[in-house]
Write a protein that binds this ligand. Structure first.
Ligand code: ZN
Length: 272
């Protein structure tokens, strides 16, 4: 028979074990949920971006966010449920429709990347609510980047709410005046840069969408972190635009550079 002390010790070991397993279980569920949410949002963002001209009414079609249902662009066949599951759908059909139409590997890659980002941002930030806010900002930036890459257009429906959310609730800069000053400074600097480029190259380089996105980033980051954001955005933009210009692509979207620099600077600032 166990003595009372041994019994209490044994019970405490079991209790510890249960708590430990409980924590592991919660962590596993939260991790999986964030990954699936991120991958699904990336998939949805890709769809919205692809259909953007129809959604905004630029095209004379009845294409919307939910209709028509997802279909193959090759044979117009309506996709079955398992085929539209992020990442797994692409793997199951080996990146190809039955008609032979290829589905670019960039879609599952972006879905996996956004899923991964959604999992790692909250623990990196160290606060669940701040982490969740940054993940939502990250998702909006993914949507904006997709739209800009596919159509050279940053929809106001995404950039303006991002700007106001930054001005009102950004957890990065506590002072509302500094958030407003960040937005104004980022927008003004980008506007001046576009003006200079337009004059020098004698083209119309002015892009209201990029200026709105820069203002949103400035609002989230505040004035103190805005220079870091602008320098980061310039470096990222120079990096991929040089690579694309070598391939003969002249008109390179700036949204992905602004969005990724915004998220990276937020992660750096929240830890500083
Ligand atoms: Zn097909």
């Amino acid at each position: 028979m166990l003595s009372e002390a041994e019994f209490i010790f044994l019970m405490s070991v079991i209790a510890d074990g249960l708590t430990w397993r409980g924590d592991q279980f919660v962590i596993a569920v939260v991790t999986l949920t964030m990954f699936v949410a991120g991958a699904s949002i990336a998939s949805f963002a890709g769809l919205v971006a692809y259909r953007l001209p129809g959604i905004l009414g630029f095209e004379d079609s009845d294409v919307g966010i939910v209709s028509p249902p997802s279909h193959c662009d090759g044979c117009r066949r309506r996709l079955r449920t398992h085929e539209i599951v992020p990442i797994a759908g692409w793997i199951l059909c080996r990146g190809r429709c039955k008609c032979g139409h290829a589905i670019p590997v960039v879609f599952p890659l972006v879905e996996a990347l956004v899923g991964f980002g959604s999992v790692v941002i909250p623990p990196y930030v160290g606060d669940a609510w701040i982490g969740l806010l940054l993940v939502i900002a990250f998702w909006v930036c993914v949507l904006i980047a997709w739209c800009d890459i596919l159509h050279h257009l940053i929809p106001e429906g995404a950039s303006v709410p991002l700007l106001f959310a930054g001005l009102l609730i950004s957890p990065i800069e506590a002072d509302a005046w500094m958030r407003s000053a960040g937005a104004a400074a980022a927008a003004a600097l980008l506007w001046i840069s576009f003006l200079i480029v337009s004059k020098i190259r004698n083209i119309d380089a002015m892009s209201g969408g990029d200026i709105a996105l820069a203002a949103a980033a400035g609002a989230w980051l505040g004035l103190a972190a805005t220079p870091t954001f602008l320098i980061g955005a310039c470096l990222i933009f120079i990096g991929y635009s040089a690579a694309l210009r070598l391939r003969g692509i002249e008109w390179v979207p700036m949204g992905p550079a602004l969005g990724s620099s915004m998220i990276l600077t937020m992660l750096m600032t929240v830890h500083a």
